[in-house]
Design a protein around this ligand. Structure first.
Ligand code: SAM
Length: 253
């Protein structure tokens, strides 16, 4: 259960008041989900069953299928994200679409008790599970829309958004929001879909995206989006139908 000081730290960064509910702060009230529905995958995340099996079975198995045999393990993903964000004690890090908090907890360990790791998600059931799984004085959870996180501008040192950008109704608007929230010099890392180039595979990937309600981004598309928003040191890795893209804002805007 997050402690009072951590939750107050998060409340101080918010643009709007939030209600405290079930161990997390909530800015969505009675709304069943954040933003417009985008399809099957997003709807599944709101069920009560999926969060129970998500971290141990669902994410590792589906992740392996999508990343292919050469992609990183779950531990590897967490290590890559933590490393690419260059997290240090005292940092504020935002884990967008945190699910059950696998990455948020690791970020909490990296930023320590003087820092803050915020896990943001739109699904109540995911956050309930995340709170149950978390025992860190540095972690606080927030129920909010990932496309427009209600955080003050230039308040966050690092943003992670794994396995979710392709589910959002407006991913480009989400990237605008992330850029606004990050401090100068802030870092971002994203793991999302990457449609393959070979034409038959491309057709299959596009069809799978339509059926599951998830956007299939092209290779290079996310990197170009980050560069267009002023990010530098943009790094890209591709495995299977996934891409991990990172970048850093200049020290002075
Ligand atoms: C596949 S999970 C990813 C969880 C975690 N980041 C990981 O890599 O395992 C996607 C998460 O995105 C959340 N999500 C989808 N659309 C959202 C939105 N518009 N706002 C907030 N959360 C959203 C879902 O509730 C779900 O928990």
């Amino acid at each position: 259960m997050p402690d009072h000081r951590t939750r107050q730290h998060l409340a101080d960064l918010l643009l709007e008041p939030a209600t405290a509910a079930g161990g997390f702060l909530d800015t969505l009230g009675d709304a069943p989900q954040a933003g417009p529905a985008t399809g099957l995958a997003q709807r599944l995340m709101r069920t009560t069953l999926l969060p129970q099996v998500y971290e141990r079975y669902w994410r590792p198995v589906l992740g392996r299928v999508l990343k292919g045999p050469g992609g990183p393990t779950m531990t590897g993903e967490v290590e890559s994200a933590t490393g690419l964000l260059a997290l240090r004690p005292g940092h504020v890090v935002l884990d967008v679409a945190c699910g059950t908090g696998r990455f948020t907890r690791a970020f909490g360990d990296a930023v320590g008790p003087d820092g803050l790791a915020i896990g943001l998600d739109g699904a109540r059931s995911m956050l309930v599970r995340a709170v149950e799984e978390t025992d860190s004085p540095a972690v606080a959870y927030l129920r909010a829309d990932a496309v427009e996180p209600p955080l003050k501008s230039s308040t966050v040192d690092a943003i992670c958004c794994f396995a979710a950008l392709h589910m959002f109704a407006e991913p480009e608007r989400a990237l605008d929001s992330f850029t606004r929230i990050l401090r100068p010099g802030g870092r971002i890392v994203l793991l999302t879909s990457a449609r393959r180039d070979w034409p038959p595979a491309r057709i299959a990937d596009t069809a799978a995206g339509i059926i599951s309600g998830q956007r299939m981004f092209d290779r290079g598309e996310i990197a170009a989006s980050l560069r267009a928003r002023g990010f530098t040191d943009v790094g890209e890795q591709y495995f299977g139908v996934a891409q991990m893209v990172s970048g850093r804002l200049p020290d002075v805007r």
